[in-house]
Ligand binder design. Structure first.
Ligand code: ATP
Length: 252
C-alpha cells in the first residue's frame, strides 16, 4: 500500500460571501479504500468534491491528490492529474448529441493521441467493464434507462484507466435493484482494479454494502470518520437521526 494518501485535505475553509460552508475540514483517503462522504443537505459535500477536482477554489487550506497540491498546480500538472482520476456526476452529464460509445471515447480523444477508431474500440471495452451489452454502444443516451445511463457515465469515468474514482450520489434516481447492482459493480471494480473510490451518498444501503469508511460532514467540519459500526456508537444527534430514520434498512 502507498504510504502517501491519494486524497488529502488540510484545514479547508470555504466561504461564499457571508456564508461559511467549511471551517477547517481535514481528511485523507488511502490507496484502494472505498470511502463515503455523508452529511445533511447543504453541508458542503459537493463543494468539497469540486475543490478536490479543481472546479471550486477553497478560501483557505490545501487539497492534495496523489500528493500534489491541486490549487498550486499549473495547467500542465492539472491536466496530468485529471488523467489519473475519473468523475461520475450526479446526473451522469452525458452529451445527448453523441452516441454511447462516442460519449465514452471523449476523454480518450481529448487526452490521448490514439486514432478515433482505437478510441471507439477502447470505449466499447469500458462499456463491457461497466456491465453494458455490446448493443448499447451505438445507441443514443436518450434510448437508455437511467441505470444504463449511469453505467455509460461510469464507463466514461473509467476511460483513461484512472487510479481514483469520484462519484457524486451514484445511486440517486435508481430503483433499489439497479442501485444494489451498481453498488456491487463499484466494489468489484475497486477490488479488481485496485481503484480508490471517494463518493457522496445519501444511500445507507451503499454504506452498508460496499464502503470501508464513512466521513461525516456537519457544522462546517468533519463530525466523524470511521466504519458504519463505529459511527452508530457515537452519541451525536445528527448521527442518531441519520441512522434511526433509516433503521428499517439497518435492521434488514
Ligand atoms: N458556486 C457556489 N456559489 C455560492 N454558493 C454555493 C456554490 N456552490 C454551493 N454553494 C452553497 O454551498 C452550500 C453547500 O452546497 P453543497 O452543494 O456542497 O451541499 P451538499 O452537502 O452537497 O448538499 P446536497 O446533499 O443537498 O447535495 C449550499 O448552501 C450551497 O448553496
Amino acid at each position: 500500500m502507498d504510504a502517501q494518501p491519494i486524497i488529502q485535505l488540510d484545514n479547508i475553509v470555504t466561504r461564499f460571501a457571508a456564508q461559511s460552508v467549511h471551517d477547517g475540514v481535514s481528511l485523507s483517503v488511502n490507496r484502494g479504500e472505498v470511502v463515503a462522504l455523508i452529511g445533511g443537505s447543504g453541508s458542503g459535500k459537493s463543494v468539497l468534491l469540486k475543490e478536490l477536482v479543481g472546479l471550486i477554489k477553497p478560501t483557505a487550506g490545501t487539497a492534495r491528490l496523489f500528493g500534489e497540491d491541486v490549487w498550486a498546480a499549473d495547467s500542465a500538472q492539472l491536466n496530468r492529474l485529471r488523467q489519473r482520476f475519473g468523475m461520475l456526476f450526479q446526473d451522469g452529464a452525458l452529451f445527448s448529441s453523441l452516441s454511447v460509445e462516442q460519449n465514452v471515447a471523449v476523454p480518450l480523444l481529448e487526452y490521448t493521441r490514439l486514432p478515433k477508431a482505437e478510441c471507439l474500440r477502447l470505449a466499447r471495452l469500458k462499456l463491457a467493464l461497466a456491465g453494458l451489452p455490446e448493443s448499447t454502444a451505438t445507441k443514443m443516451p436518450s434510448a437508455l434507462s437511467g441505470g444504463m445511463r449511469k453505467r455509460v457515465a461510469l464507463a466514461r469515468a473509467l476511460a483513461l484507466d484512472p487510479e481514483l474514482l469520484f462519484l457524486d450520489e451514484p445511486t440517486s434516481g435508481l430503483d433499489p435493484i439497479s442501485a444494489r447492482a451498481f453498488d456491487q459493480l463499484i466494489r468489484v471494480l475497486s477490488d479488481g482494479l485496485g481503484l480508490t473510490v471517494f463518493l457522496i451518498t445519501h444511500d445507507l444501503d451503499t454504506l452498508l454494502s460496499i464502503i470501508d469508511r464513512v466521513i461525516v460532514l456537519a457544522n462546517h467540519q468533519v463530525l466523524a470518520d470511521g466504519t458504519v459500526a463505529a459511527l452508530k456508537k457515537i452519541d451525536d444527534p445528527w448521527l442518531r437521526d441519520y441512522f434511526s430514520s433509516r433503521s428499517n434498512v439497518v435492521e434488514a
